[in-house]
Design a protein around this ligand. Structure first.
Ligand code: C2E
Ligand code: CA
Ligand code: CA
Length: 404
């Protein structure tokens, strides 16, 4: 683990953080003193305390990107150690899973306490704290989370965990070009649990790598079987990966090995990654992605347009597919700005030589609109929902492009 520290100096009188602005780091005071000021609703500022050597300030930025709750001003020349949210979170992931979860619960409770103080101060609303209390009890049931996380770990490779496959469709021909593998977990007691719940648990619990390896192996063998059953040997398979997967030194080697073992072409595989991977460890991610591209494997940026809205990484990283996030599809019809944004995303991606995929297409209008704007491929309930392997084989066999 990288233990390098970033030191920062602030002269007396300088503003270290400002109430209402977002921040992505906390500071430990090594030397000097700061004053904490709270701006109240009528605009007046009130000093609520001072902090000196060894104190931590701005720590809520480590849990979320909500605005800073107070202003901090240096009242002496200060030296600080900067702790970024990304660094903190990557350290948390590699620590003991119980410590990780307890830390997250403490921070979530602290954030909640601050919110309640704010609600009471601003609105004099005495019912709101009870509502917040109920929400956070649900969110932070640590015993339940640890239990579910351990059950998920046991489910990997046990048959409880499955992959479903959602088709991609060529918007011109309306033919199926391939699939995205999506995990499905049928808990023996609780029933269906959404990947939106268990993927973060697996990430926090430190076993997402194991889950991703299982998913990739399974998706590759399924692609081979689907090819053999349908006689279509140019279908593709997309698999989702997280930043933890990319932190493995042998990620590319393992990926290439699995593709070779299953006798499929690397061009038939697409790795789906989100912007977070690129932001967290840009150099490592760039190197791994370059090696993947050199091996012929495709790389898609997932949920595009929702994350960090930094476009520079589109130039920097070797990405050849861009998936426009489904949130745009919900607004593309009634919001002119959303439509213009999608148009710009398509133009930008195409200028960089990328293929564009529209996600979450639920109606013909969206499909037609996207095709007319130059988007090549689409995925969504309008064409097909994620399906089990046997259903996907039937869908390929009986697919009628004229239906759309
Ligand atoms: P994602 O990668 O963006 O996957 C697309 C999600 O949108 C899927 O939800 C899919 O079922 C849903 N979807 C597809 N078409 C439509 C549509 O027309 N309308 C609507 N409303 N939704 C649509 P799902 O399967 O619940 O997965 C949620 C997220 O969980 C995925 O988002 C992905 O981030 C994560 N996930 C799922 N499987 C895996 C996996 O094997 N590995 C990793 N790392 N993450 C996974
Ligand atoms: Ca995806
Ligand atoms: Ca997506």
């Amino acid at each position: 683990m990288d233990t390098q520290k970033t030191h920062k100096s602030f002269a007396a009188g300088s503003v270290i953080m400002k109430q209402g602005e977002t921040g992505d780091c906390a500071y430990i005071i090594e030397e000097g003193k700061v004053e904490i000021l709270l701006e109240i609703t009528d605009g007046t500022k009130k000093t609520i305390g001072t902090r000196g050597n060894g104190s931590i300030i701005g720590e809520m930025a480590l849990v979320d990107d909500a605005p800073r709750v107070a202003t901090v001003v240096a009242i002496e020349d200060c030296k600080m150690i900067e702790i970024t949210a990304d660094d903190f979170n990557s350290r948390l992931k590699t620590t003991d899973p119980v410590i990780n979860m307890i830390t997250q619960v403490i921070l979530t409770r602290y954030r909640d306490m601050l919110r309640r103080v704010e609600i009471m101060r601003d609105n004099d609303n005495f019912h709101a704290p009870e509502i917040v209390e109920r929400d956070y009890t649900e969110q932070t049931d640590i015993v339940e989370s640890i239990k579910t996380a351990n059950e998920f770990k046991a489910a990997i490779g046990s048959g409880e965990l499955e992959l479903h496959y959602q088709p991609f469709v060529d918007l011109d021909t309306k033919q199926i070009t391939g699939f995205e593998a999506l995990m499905r977990w049928e808990h023996p007691v609780k029933g269906y649990i959404s990947p939106g719940v268990f993927i973060p648990l697996a990430e926090n619990g430190g076993f997402i790598i194991e889950a991703s390896r299982w998913a990739f192996e399974e998706a590759c063998t399924a692609l081979k079987r689907i090819q053999q059953s349908t006689g279509k040997d140019d279908l593709t398979m997309s698999v989702n990966f997280t930043s933890d997967d990319f932190s493995q030194n042998d990620f590319v080697e393992q990926t290439v090995k699995t593709i070779e073992k299953n006798d499929i072409k690397p061009e038939q595989i697409k790795l789906e990654i989100t912007e977070r991977i690129l932001i967290g460890q840009p150099d490592r991610a760039k190197e791994a992605l370059e090696q993947c591209r050199k091996a012929g494997i495709n790389v898609a940026i997932d949920d595009f347009g929702t994350g960090y809205s930094s476009l520079s990484y589109l130039y920097y990283f070797p990405i050849n597919f861009l998936k426009i996030d489904q949130s745009f599809m919900r607004t593309i019809y009634n919001d002119e700005r959303s439509l213009e944004l999608v148009k710009s995303i398509i133009a930008l991606g195409k200028n960089l030589g990328m293929k564009i995929i529209g996600e979450g297409i639920e109606g013909q209008e969206e499909a037609d609109l996207l095709r007319d704007m130059g988007c090549e491929m689409a995925q969504g309930y309008y064409f097909a929902k994620p399906m089990a392997e046997h259903a996907v084989i039937n869908a390929v066999r009986s697919w009628d492009p004229e239906r759309f």
